[in-house]
Design a protein around this ligand. Structure first.
Ligand code: OGA
Ligand code: MN
Length: 205
């Protein structure tokens, strides 16, 4: 898929969602073959030992706390993408351009990683902006799970407004975006392995 094939209508709908609600969900944002290739690439590199336990917090407080966060991650490198990752970076660039054009978010760069949650692991309620770093404006998650069913669990739970939550299953091809400073959220545990690319767009620092 090239950036040009990312439907202008889909991008416009996504921008509207963020403008109106602060978050947007697009199913089938990535075509199934792209999702399958990304999942294969992630699993190959996990098997090669390239993933490491995710950490929480920053600076001196940075630590591994599997009680809070149970995923293994591998950062993406934009300068040397695997061939499976090229369409993802094209989609990221199309998304960045559309968001800047429509919402003037001033998004400058993207940082992201694969995140693999073994069965039974989760990521407790948190915000994606750190108190000492507000450069991240918009969080994005692309799910890479084939044949996910509600009984597998593993929803993303967004705390949208006083007491209200929005829960989203991690279906392959689905993209979730939300304003990083606005929403607390958590990843519920699943009965099967849960794979995603997770990250966010940053402003120029
Ligand atoms: C994160 C996160 C949500 C998800 O990685 O910070 O909140 O659904 N991920 O994987
Ligand atoms: Mn998060």
């Amino acid at each position: 898929m090239s950036a040009a094939t990312l439907d202008a209508f889909v991008l416009a709908r996504l921008c509207d969602g963020i403008a109106d609600d602060g978050y947007a969900v697009v199913h089938n944002f990535l075509p199934a073959p792209v999702v399958a290739a990304l999942a294969l690439e992630a699993r190959r590199r996990d098997a090669a030992g390239e993933f490491c336990a995710a950490r929480v917090d920053r600076g001196a407080r940075r630590s591994q706390r599997s009680d809070i966060r149970g995923d293994r991650i591998l950062w993406l490198d934009e300068r040397s993408p695997a061939s499976a990752e090229v369409p993802l970076w094209q989609a990221i660039e199309a998304l960045r351009a559309a968001l800047n054009q429509t919402l003037y978010l001033g998004l400058f760069s993207f940082e992201g990683h694969y995140a693999l949650y073994p069965p039974g692991t989760s990521y407790g309620r948190h915000r994606d902006q750190f108190s000492d770093d507000d450069a991240r404006r918009l969080s994005c998650v692309w799910y890479l799970n084939d044949g996910w069913l509600p009984e597998h669990g593993g929803a993303l739970r967004l705390y949208v407004a006083d007491g209200d939550v929005h829960e989203l299953l991690p279906l392959g091809g689905t993209l979730a975006c939300f304003l990083a400073d606005r929403f607390e959220h958590e990843v519920l545990s699943a009965s099967r392995e849960r794979l995603a690319v997770t990250g966010g767009f940053r402003r120029r620092e």
